[in-house]
Design a protein around this ligand. Structure first.
Ligand code: FAD
Length: 406
């Protein structure tokens, strides 16, 4: 294909999946990533069935399963009483998807896998230590100014995808408002080798409701596959990094969560601000926003990265069709028309509701939540409907029904 390459700002999982999906369709891509290497700090890990279908379509599913952990079930617990309230099992989706399970695969593994695969394409390049510092868009192309050790250079292409994360320089350069809010509390992630499945009976994804301090537990494979657990807690507004991260505070928090003999072995700590924000538009001329540059949300339910990967797959299907002359260029407007409302309906609304459910303080409302979860899990029809929504399969099926040609 002779067209100028598609430029991708940001080599996180969304930018790299965008690049791979385009390269596989014969389209030249140039990725510019500010960091010198893939960021390995603990971030998203949950890949839902709808996303697994997409990763299968670009030939990554086998490696993602091999590098991650298959998690069929997830659980809701009442933390103060230590009672499990409900368990959901993706096996009920066996007639809906070829992947009736979740894969817990750390996002840096997905990013590295894409970089490995992109090496096979002569029309693809991934430039690390290359920061996009300015953006220009015209009627027939887009250009970025890239700052690297070699200095600054202007690079032109046919389209630009801003996949440069929540603080997106591309979004800011285009003055696109990032509407929403930031929570007053931060989220703390403690990674430990302690086995919460063997010792506490927790599923690989477990959510703990508590009026005083909700918690989430996730198991990930870790680098050697031996397994690590991430425990997630809210901090109090105004608490300093040291208040939260000093070793005694970390130990006390985990002992309060699950008392045990001896200290917890901590592998990693991570403290971060959490937002619910959506860009007011996902397209400006020949520039598109995808992933966290377009939307951010709290991680309860593990939806943000999944939705970003769905953005990547939808955008690349449209873009490849246009660049091959199979679609009119006006079809590119479908990206914003379809993906933005889907993010609001399925990701913003669900993650806000998930957080409310876990932190609810009113006893009657807590009991009503528990009753809802118990009843939903007990009836196969509601169990399935609940998982169709939480797994994002419903959003993907709705998208296909609304726009059969992507
Ligand atoms: C600290 C933290 C913890 C998180 N924890 C969880 C979690 O537990 N569960 C969950 O579901 N989600 C979590 N998330 C959210 C999840 O990580 C994101 O949804 C996901 O990373 C989105 O992928 P992305 O590729 O859109 O953006 P990113 O992964 O942020 O990738 C963007 C890339 O762009 C690069 N970049 C930035 N600016 C420029 C520039 N100007 N030029 C070139 N490159 C640039 C960055 O270096 C980065 O590599 C977390 C996010 C953060 C920040």
């Amino acid at each position: 294909m002779k067209a100028a390459p598609v430029i991708i700002a940001g080599g996180g999982p969304v930018g790299l999946v965008t690049a791979l999906a385009l390269a596989q369709q014969g389209i030249a891509v140039r990725v510019f990533e500010a960091a010198e290497r893939v960021n390995e700090s603990p971030r998203a890990s949950t890949l839902h069935p709808a996303t697994l279908e997409m990763l299968a379509s670009i030939g990554l599913i086998g490696e993602v399963i091999a590098r991650g952990l298959v998690a069929r079930t997830f659980q809701f617990w009442d933390r103060p009483t230590g009672r499990m309230i409900a368990e959901f099992d993706h096996a009920i989706l066996k007639d809906d998807t070829a992947f009736p399970f979740v894969v817990q695969c750390e996002q840096h593994k997905l990013a590295k896998l894409c970089i490995e695969r992109l090496r096979d394409y002569r029309n693809a390049e991934v430039n690390l230590a290359s920061e996009v510092v300015a953006v220009e868009s015209s009627n027939d192309g887009a250009a970025v100014t890239v700052k690297s050790a070699a200095g600054q250079a202007v690079v032109g292409g046919s389209y630009l995808v801003g996949a440069d994360g929540g603080r997106s320089a591309v979004r800011k350069a285009l003055n696109i408002d990032f509407q929403g809010y930031t929570f007053p509390e931060r989220f703390l992630v403690l990674t430990t080798s302690f086995d919460f499945a063997a010792e506490r009976g927790a599923a690989f994804r477990s959510y703990f409701s508590d009026p005083d301090e909700w918690a989430n537990l996730f198991k990930v494979a870790g680098e050697d596959g031996s397994g690590l657990w991430r425990a997630v807690f809210p901090t109090l507004p105004g608490q300093s990094d040291d208040d939260v991260l000093n070793p005694d505070a970390v130990e006390a928090r985990l002992q309060k969560f699950f008392p045990k003999a001896g200290r917890y072995k901590i592998v990693h700590t991570n403290l971060y601000s959490v937002h619910q924000r959506v860009a007011v538009k996902f397209q400006e001329g020949r520039v598109f926003l995808a992933g966290d540059s377009a939307h951010v949300n709290n991680p309860i339910g593990g939806l943000g990265l999944n939705c970003g990967l769905h953005d990547a797959m939808h955008l690349t299907a449209l873009m490849a069709g246009v660049m091959r002359g199979e679609r009119p260029e006006t079809d590119l407007a479908r990206y914003d028309e379809i993906r933005r409302p889907i993010n609001i309906e399925y990701v913003q609304q669900q993650t806000i509701a998930n957080k409310k459910r876990l932190e609810e303080k009113e006893p009657a409302a807590r009991e009503a939540n528990f009753e809802f979860l118990r009843k939903t899990a007990a009836d196969p029809a509601t169990h399935r409907a609940f998982l169709m929504r939480t797994s994002l399969l419903e959003s993907v099926r709705k998208q296909s029904a609304a726009a059969p040609r992507a």
